[in-house]
Design a protein around this ligand. Structure first.
Ligand code: ADP
Ligand code: MG
Length: 598
C-alpha cells in the first residue's frame, strides 16, 4: 500500500476524536474557555442531552473581531507563547485544540464581543469550514453554539447513548465545575428546564449542598492541610456516608478536574478501618501545588496529571483527611425519620436498622461496683473466620494525633441482649457494641506495643505442641520472626509440629493452640502482603479472637472499664474492621419517637 498524507479535513476529524468524545467533552472544553476568559456567569443550554444542541454563554473577555477566525485554527491559543510557559500553566486551556476540534465535527456558531470593542462579530463553521462571518451586535462576552455533534462522523454518532445518559454526563461536568469555582454562577438548562444553578457567591458549602443535597452536605467535614508544599482543601464525608463505588471521590488539581487513581486511593486509605470493606467515601478535594511540579500535558483532554513526586501528593491527601476524620467524625445517629424512610441511600445501611428495632429487655446492672464480681473476660469461639483487610499505613499519624475528646463522657446504664452496653451521654442514649469496642481497645494496645518493639507476651507454664495443616506449615516456618514480634514464640518440633512457648498477653485466657492455628491460617491467606501489612492483619485476627464476644454477660464494673478504655483510644468510633463501635439516639430523637415533639 502506498503511504499518503491524509487530506486536512480527515486529519482534523481524527485529531478531533481525541478531544471530543461525547457532548459532555464539548461542554467541558467550552466551560474551561469561559473560565479562562474570566467569566463570572456561565450559562449552559442543551437540547436532547447535547446531541442536538449545546450552547455555552459567558460574560468573559470576549475575542477581538480580527482574531475570531484564528481561534479555530489548530494549535491557536492566546494562553501560552513558549515551551517555557508549558512549565507553569495557570489557565485551564493551552493546547489550542478545542475550538478547532469541536468545529471539525459539528455545526458551530460563535458570537463574541471583546472588551473595548463597539460591535461584536459572528462566525459559522460546518465540519470545520468557515461558511459565514460578519459583524454582530452582542453584549460583552462569548456565546458558542454547537449543533448536530458528529453529524459528519457517523461512526462516532453511532456510539452516542440516549439523550438522558449524555445529558447526565453534562450535568456532572457542570456541577463539578460549579464546585471548583463557587465564585462563578453556573446555570444548566436542559430542554428548556433549568436543572441546575449555583449562586456564584463564592461559598463552597452552598454549592456542595446544591450538588449533593443539604442532608449529605451537612454530613461532610471540612478538611484543610499542607504538607511538602501541597495544599489540600475541601470536604469529605463522615464515615457513615459511604458508597458502593468511587465515583464520588472528586479531585481538582490547581482547580482543574483530574482523574488520578493513586490520589483516589489515598482518600480511601484515609478511611482505613473507618469504612466497611468494599465501601468508598465521598470527597471533594482541591489540591494546590507549584504548577512546575506537575505535568498536565499528558492527556489530550487534560483529564490526567503526572506528579513529579507522586508519593508526596499521596501523603498530603491521606494525612489531611485522616487527621480531620480522627478529630471530627460524629457518632452515627439513629434518627426517627430515618427509620421511616426507605429511600435512604445504601450509605446508611450499615448503621441503620431497616425497620424499628424489636423491643429488647434492658438488663439493669445487677452487680454494682461495690459488690461486683470480677468475671474475667473469657471470649468464646470466634464469630467468623478471620478476614484480610487493606493495609493500615496510618497508625503513626494516629499516634501523633492530639488526644482530644473523641467520645463524650458516658455513664454506663446496663447491657442489652448481652451484646450492647447502654450508656447515657450528653446527646442522649448511647449503644456500644461490646465486641467491636473491645477489638478497638486491644488493637490500639497491640499496635502501640509493636511500635515500641514487641508485643507483650505471656510464657506458657508448659510448652504446647501444635500440629499444623501441611499447607500452613511452610508459612509458619517462614514467619517465625514476625510471629515472635507478635508474642508467639515457637520452635520446630517434628515435621508438621511446633512447640509453642508463649502467646500475646491478650490471648492468655484463650486456648493457645487454637489461637495459633487461626493466626497460621491468616498468615497463609496473607502470603502476598508485605511484612508490615501482614503483621497488622495478624494483629487484627488476634484482637478479634481476644475481644469479648457478643452474647456474654458483663458486670457493671467490666462495662465501666470497657467504656473508659474505649474513651482513651485514638479512634474510638470504629472497630479495626471499620464497623461502628457506638451509636447514639439523641434526646431529641427520643422526644420525637415518643410523640412529645413533632
Ligand atoms: P485553548 O483554550 O487551549 O487556548 P481553544 O481552542 O479552546 O484553545 O481556544 C482558542 C482560543 O480562543 C483561546 O486561546 C482564546 O484566546 C479564545 N477563546 C476561546 N473561547 C473563548 C471564550 N469563551 N472567551 C474568550 N476567548 C475565548
Ligand atoms: Mg480551550
Amino acid at each position: 500500500m502506498t503511504i499518503r498524507i491524509l487530506p486536512p479535513e480527515l486529519a482534523a476529524k481524527i485529531a478531533a476524536g481525541e478531544v471530543v468524545e461525547r457532548p459532555a467533552s464539548v461542554v467541558k472544553e467550552l466551560i474551561e474557555n469561559s473560565i479562562d476568559a474570566g467569566a463570572t456567569d456561565i450559562k449552559v443550554e442543551i437540547r436532547e442531552g447535547g446531541i442536538r444542541l449545546i450552547r455555552v454563554a459567558d460574560d468573559g473577555c470576549g475575542i477581538p473581531a480580527n482574531e475570531v477566525p484564528l481561534a479555530f485554527a489548530r494549535h491557536a491559543t492566546s494562553k501560552i507563547r513558549s515551551a517555557d510557559d508549558l512549565e507553569r500553566i495557570s489557565t485551564l486551556g493551552f493546547r489550542g485544540e478545542a475550538l478547532a476540534s469541536i468545529a471539525a465535527v459539528s455545526r458551530l456558531t460563535l458570537q463574541t464581543r471583546a472588551e473595548g470593542e463597539d460591535v461584536g462579530s459572528q462566525i459559522r463553521l460546518e465540519g470545520g469550514e468557515i461558511v459565514r462571518q460578519g459583524a454582530y451586535g452582542i453584549h460583552k462576552g462569548t456565546v458558542v453554539t454547537v449543533e448536530n455533534i458528529f453529524y459528519n462522523v457517523p461512526a462516532r454518532r453511532k456510539f452516542l447513548r440516549r439523550p438522558q445518559t449524555e445529558g447526565g454526563h453534562i450535568h456532572r461536568i457542570v456541577t463539578l465545575y460549579a464546585l471548583a469555582y463557587p465564585e462563578i454562577r453556573f446555570t444548566l438548562i436542559s430542554d428548556g428546564h433549568r436543572s441546575f444553578q449555583s449562586t456564584g457567591d463564592g461559598e463552597l458549602f452552598g454549592v456542595l449542598a446544591q450538588v449533593f443535597g443539604l442532608e449529605t452536605a451537612k454530613k461532610m467535614i471540612q478538611v484543610s492541610g499542607e504538607e511538602d508544599g501541597i495544599r489540600v482543601d475541601g470536604y469529605v464525608g463522615v464515615p457513615s456516608l459511604h458508597r458502593g463505588d468511587r465515583t464520588r471521590i472528586i479531585l481538582f488539581l490547581n482547580r482543574r478536574l483530574i482523574r488520578d487513581s493513586k490520589i483516589s486511593y489515598a482518600v480511601i486509605q484515609a478511611y482505613h478501618t473507618f469504612l466497611p470493606v468494599g465501601r468508598f467515601p465521598i470527597a471533594v478535594l482541591f489540591l494546590k501545588m507549584d504548577p512546575a511540579k506537575v505535568d498536565v500535558n499528558v492527556h489530550p483532554t487534560k483529564a490526567e496529571a503526572r506528579f513529579r513526586e507522586p508519593g508526596k501528593a499521596f501523603r498530603a491527601v491521606q494525612r489531611t483527611i485522616r487527621d480531620a476524620l480522627v478529630e471530627n467524625s460524629p457518632i452515627p445517629e439513629i434518627a426517627p425519620d430515618v427509620w421511616k424512610s426507605e429511600a435512604i441511600p445504601s450509605a446508611e445501611q450499615a448503621i441503620l436498622p431497616p425497620k424499628p428495632p424489636p423491643a429488647v429487655d434492658v438488663q439493669l446492672p445487677m452487680d454494682l461496683p461495690a459488690g461486683g464480681t470480677e468475671t474475667p473476660l473469657v471470649p468464646r469461639e470466634p464469630e467468623s473466620p478471620p478476614r484480610w483487610h487493606e493495609p493500615e499505613t496510618t497508625e503513626r499519624r494516629e499516634e501523633e494525633a492530639p488526644a482530644s475528646e473523641k467520645l463524650p463522657p458516658l455513664r454506663v446504664v446496663g447491657q442489652v441482649a448481652t451484646t450492647y452496653i447502654v450508656a447515657e451521654g450528653p446527646d442522649g442514649l448511647y449503644l456500644i457494641d461490646q465486641h467491636a469496642a473491645h477489638e478497638r481497645i486491644l488493637y490500639e494496645q497491640m499496635m502501640r506495643e509493636r511500635a515500641a518493639g514487641a508485643v507483650a507476651s505471656q510464657g506458657l507454664l508448659q510448652p504446647v505442641s501444635v500440629d499444623f495443616d501441611p499447607l500452613d506449615v511452610a508459612v509458619v516456618a517462614e514467619n517465625l520472626e514476625s510471629l515472635k514480634k507478635l508474642g508467639f514464640e515457637l520452635e520446630p518440633f517434628g515435621e508438621n509440629t511446633f512447640l509453642l512457648r508463649s502467646v500475646p498477653t491478650v490471648l492468655q485466657k484463650q486456648d493457645p493452640a487454637q489461637a495459633l492455628a487461626e493466626v497460621a491460617r491468616g498468615l497463609a491467606q496473607g502470603k502476598n502482603l508485605v511484612e508490615k501489612e501482614r503483621e497488622e492483619a495478624l494483629i487484627r485476627i488476634v484482637c478479634k479472637r481476644a475481644a469479648v464476644k457478643g452474647g456474654q454477660v458483663l458486670s457493671y464494673k467490666e462495662m465501666e472499664a470497657l467504656v473508659r478504655q474505649l474513651e482513651n483510644t485514638r479512634s474510638p468510633r470504629t472497630c479495626p474492621h471499620g464497623r461502628p463501635t457506638v451509636l447514639v439516639v439523641s434526646a431529641n430523637s427520643l422526644e420525637k419517637l415518643f410523640g412529645r415533639r413533632m
